[in-house]
Design a protein around this ligand. Sequence first.
Ligand SMILES: NC(=O)c1ccc[n+]([C@@H]2O[C@H](COP(=O)([O-])OP(=O)(O)OC[C@H]3O[C@@H](n4cnc5c(N)ncnc54)[C@H](O)[C@@H]3O)[C@@H](O)[C@H]2O)c1
Length: 337
Amino acid sequence: MRRKIKVAVIGAGRVGNSHIQAILKSPEQIELGGIVEQQAALANETAKTNNTRAFYSVEEALSNTDIDAYVVCLPHHLHYPIGKQILEAGRHVLIEKPLGIHLREVRDLIQTAEKHGVYVMSGQSRRFYNPIQQAKEYLPAIDGPTNLLYNFACIFTKDSAPVWWREEKKTGGLVLGMLGSHSIDMTLWMFEGRRPVRVYCETRKITDVFEGDDAGSIIITFDDGCIATNYLSICHSPLKHECLIEGRKGSIYFNHEGDHDGVIGTSATKVLVNGKQLDTSDDPDCFTLQIREFTSAILENRQPSTSAQNVYSSYLVLEAAKESAKKHQSIDLREFI
Ligand SMILES: NC(=O)c1ccc[n+]([C@@H]2O[C@H](COP(=O)([O-])OP(=O)(O)OC[C@H]3O[C@@H](n4cnc5c(N)ncnc54)[C@H](O)[C@@H]3O)[C@@H](O)[C@H]2O)c1
């Protein structure tokens, strides 16, 4: 017998709102169980607007046993401790990317979830864009990928970025933690079935607004010699967010427009296969499809598609990229960790 999953959102900031709207778009399957936000005025206002309860701390929310699952939308350094707290309380959790600052934290979240018989999902929202899922289905037709170029170049300023971005210990390396956690996962997903064997990364600081490096490049080599390059920047204007995938029999190209304007995750996505535009739709948006996957997995008692276990290799590559950038050397993943 299907029942509804009651989900509370922790953190009523930029992305918290996208998750709240996604939950409200799925009333047959999901009920909004509350908003957890440490800023009381924001908690009250968000709860009122969305017709739900406000909690002012995670402890207070967890003492309500009617909430089945949580979505963590917090600064990066809080993902691991709060995610772990939720898992130890026997609740499922969807944690915004990255799952933790360090790979050991990701490993511990996996072990904690398995110990308590619950699920931990990584918020790889970009995999859930409808048009990108369609684009991926064309990979066999182009006999690819052989090479991939992912360009995620956006603009954040002192005024538009959350205050916690200014402290490197809270972001986990700024551009790598922030954008690399998306681009690496997208890359590995497109190369599904191949094994990443080597990573080389360089990062640098262009502006003085934030503490960490704000731009960089990552090169990932796979076991069959295929190469993927990610270019990342948070100081590029106007935003350019696109991906070029080569195969032996053609190419796939996609881009997003407007996914940092208004509600995060709502964008116009264009997909071209061999230069011809596909007829795609961004409705439902990626956050809606993501939360439906999370709650369906709970109801069906299976791992979500982007569970921490399933995307572990993305976090391995992310950690290797940070290490490579620090040492200015390529990292052989077969000897790493
Ligand atoms: N998937 C995506 O496309 C996407 C897009 C943007 C951000 N993100 C991710 O979402 C996460 C949050 O980013 P954001 O931009 O929404 O940040 P934000 O600063 O806008 O929101 C964070 C909120 O958490 C609250 N908060 C902080 N500590 C708290 C605590 N202990 N208890 C309760 N509330 C607390 C803050 O008051 C703030 O309102 C980050 O991991 C970020 O990388 C993902």
